[in-house]
Structures are given as C-alpha cells and as structure tokens.
Design a protein around this ligand. Structure first.
Ligand SMILES: Cc1cc2nc3c(=O)[nH]c(=O)nc-3n(C[C@H](O)[C@H](O)[C@H](O)COP(=O)(O)O)c2cc1C
Length: 130
C-alpha cells in the first residue's frame, strides 16, 4: 500500500476524479464514441459558461453551441480530427443558451481503451480573441 495518495488506488480514484471534474473552473463536456457524438456528461462549469443545464443537454450534440458566425473551417478541422481519432484544439464563435455569442477555446481528446475510442472529452473556456 503506497503511503502517498496514489491515483490508481482503487478506492480513491473515482471520488478524486469526480471532485476534479465537478469543481473545475473549465467547462468539461464528454460525448459518446461516435464521431457524431452525443453528450453523455457536462460539468457545473459548462452551465456557468454556456447557460445550458447539464441534465438537459444529455443526448444532444455540442452543435447546440454553434450558430451563423461559427467558423466552418474550424469545425471541418475538428470533424477530420474526430474521423482520424486525433486530438483537436481551436477557437470559434459559439452561442450561449440565451443566444449571446462568445469565443470558445476548446480542446477535444479521444479516450481509448485497448486502442478503441470509447468517448471524447472536451475542455472548454471563453477567450477574448480569435
Ligand atoms: C467532445 C466534443 C466537444 C465538442 N465541443 C464543441 C464546442 O464546444 N463547440 C463547437 O462549436 N463544437 C463542438 N464540438 C463539435 C460538434 O459536436 C461536431 O462534432 C462538429 O460540429 C463536427 O460535425 P459537423 O461537421 O457535422 O457539424 C464538439 C465535439 C466533441 C466530440
């Protein structure tokens, strides 16, 4: 038994990770494994950032954040990262629930189990310049 806190200790791993994601200042969004991923989790910071209630976005896709000024080239780059199983980082205009536009800066990474992608995780924050 390790004396120091060990991330892989069976009894502490989940509560520790849960505390991290639930208390993060950054928004965290998780989608299912398909490239057209449906949201399976959003943390409290997602609601502060976007105004969308985490419970109500489950089953929808992050496209709910997009609108007329969202740069299609950035989304095409994300789309091809999803198809090739790669990472993405970019900025684009997104929209809050009340329609207010803002600049989203976000990163998407694949979560792999035995080389199979099981989910996608996004870390998101508002930024001041594109
Ligand atoms: C985990 C994850 C998070 C995403 N977050 C955002 C986001 O914050 N803003 C956004 O404009 N698109 C986001 N997307 C992209 C859309 O969900 C979608 O994949 C993208 O629009 C490409 O598909 P399309 O070309 O059919 O629209 C995210 C995708 C994934 C997988």
């Amino acid at each position: 038994m390790a004396k120091s806190l060990h991330l892989t200790t069976e009894n502490t791993e989940l509560p520790l990770l849960q505390a991290l994601v639930e208390n993060s200042f950054d928004s965290v969004l998780i989608t299912d494994a398909s490239s057209d991923g449906k949201i399976i989790y959003a943390n409290p910071a997602f609601k502060i950032l976007t105004g969308f209630d985490p419970a109500k976005v489950i089953g929808k896709t992050p496209r709910i954040l997009q609108g007329p000024a969202t740069d299609k080239k950035v989304i095409a780059r994300l789309s091809s990262a999803l198809k090739s199983g790669g990472r993405f980082e970019g900025k684009a205009i997104n929209y809050k629930k009340d329609g207010t536009p803002f600049i989203m800066f976000w990163r998407v990474v694949p979560i792999k189990v035995k080389r199979t992608i099981v989910a996608w995780v996004a870390i998101q924050r508002e930024t001041s310049s594109l």
